[in-house]
Design a protein around this ligand. Structure first.
Ligand SMILES: [Zn+2]
Length: 294
């Protein structure tokens, strides 16, 4: 399953790279710099090995509670570390899951050098415009020197990595991308104490529901609508329905059930038929009252 999406992030907010004076990061997000030899986990996957190259000592390294970082600029890693741990906590809460199926940490690689990043982009075969990509538990980010991260994209990719820790099997494409889109707004808003209604869900997204649920490949057209509709559907399940049913639903489709069947099974007392579910979702998907618009 492809685990990246870096077109135009729905939420384009930038994170400053430097901690405000006197601001102390959350203890669990605090990054502790360590030499390569002292890292708690040095086992990398295929792309992680390629990213680090033959000489891990050429990178700096560090760890937070759930992530191992490889970087050039400590400030980048500290900021992403704080952000990633906040995402971890929020996703754990939203899924209502206590058991992380992995004990080892995720690896995060932060490139600063444009040429090195472009070399890596070719290896992973993503678009040269990409600023980050997730592959299972590994996350690769480009932070151009002197620039700042676009956290909308980072949040989406971080969510993919974290979701993988709690759900062992692939889930349908709409659920994987929709959850990443949802958390890139929701977890960010919680992290920054922002009103998330300012960022998303203001416009209806029209995408054929059955087509969305059954998709196994990214559509050739209307990709942004596919992401947006997926996000709306996840938001509908997490914010409008009993959130405690979301994880059983995810586990059921991860075990091979079709989305449509699992929706009707898990939410059976709410929706007797798929048409009833589609109606309720369509209502949720309607635009808000327009009295404040010019
Ligand atoms: Zn994605």
């Amino acid at each position: 399953m492809i685990l990246f999406r870096l077109a135009i992030a729905a939420l384009v907010v930038v994170l400053g790279l430097h901690q405000a004076a006197g601001q102390t990061p959350a203890p669990r997000g605090t990054l502790v710099e360590k030499p390569w030899e002292k890292l708690s986990n040095k086992k990398l996957m295929e792309f992680g090995e390629k990213a680090l190259g033959a000489n891990p000592q050429a990178w700096k390294h560090g760890e937070t509670e759930h992530f191992v970082f490889h970087f050039q600029e400590l400030a980048d890693a500290q900021k992403v570390g704080e952000f990633a741990e906040a995402y971890y906590r929020q996703i754990q809460k939203d899924l209502g899951v206590t058991q992380d199926r992995l004990t080892r940490k995720n690896h995060v690689f932060i490139f600063n050098d444009g040429e090195e990043w472009q070399k890596f982009v070719k290896i992973v075969r993503i678009g040269e415009w990409a600023m980050g990509v997730a592959r299972r538990t590994e996350l690769f980010l480009f932070s151009p020197q002197g620039s700042r991260f676009a956290t909308g994209a980072i949040g989406h990719e971080i969510t993919h990595c974290i979701f993988y820790r709690f759900v062992p099997n692939p889930v349908p494409l709409w659920l994987n991308e929709g959850f990443a889109e949802f958390e890139s707004t929701h977890a960010y808003a919680k992290f920054r104490d922002l009103d998330e209604t300012r960022y998303g869900g203001r416009r209806p997204v029209h995408y054929p529901l059955k087509q969305l649920l059954a998709a196994t490949k990214y559509p050739k057209e209307d990709v942004s609508k596919f992401y947006a509709a997926s996000e709306r559907l996840v938001r509908f399940l997490l914010m409008e329905q009993d959130r405690r049913r979301f994880l059983p639903f995810v586990q059921m489709v991860a075990s091979g059930a079709k989305s449509e069947d699992a929706l009707l099974f898990i939410y059976h007392d709410q929706f007797k038929t798929f048409a009833a579910f589609a109606d309720a979702f369509e209502k949720f998907n309607q635009p808000p009252a327009r009295q404040n618009e010019p």
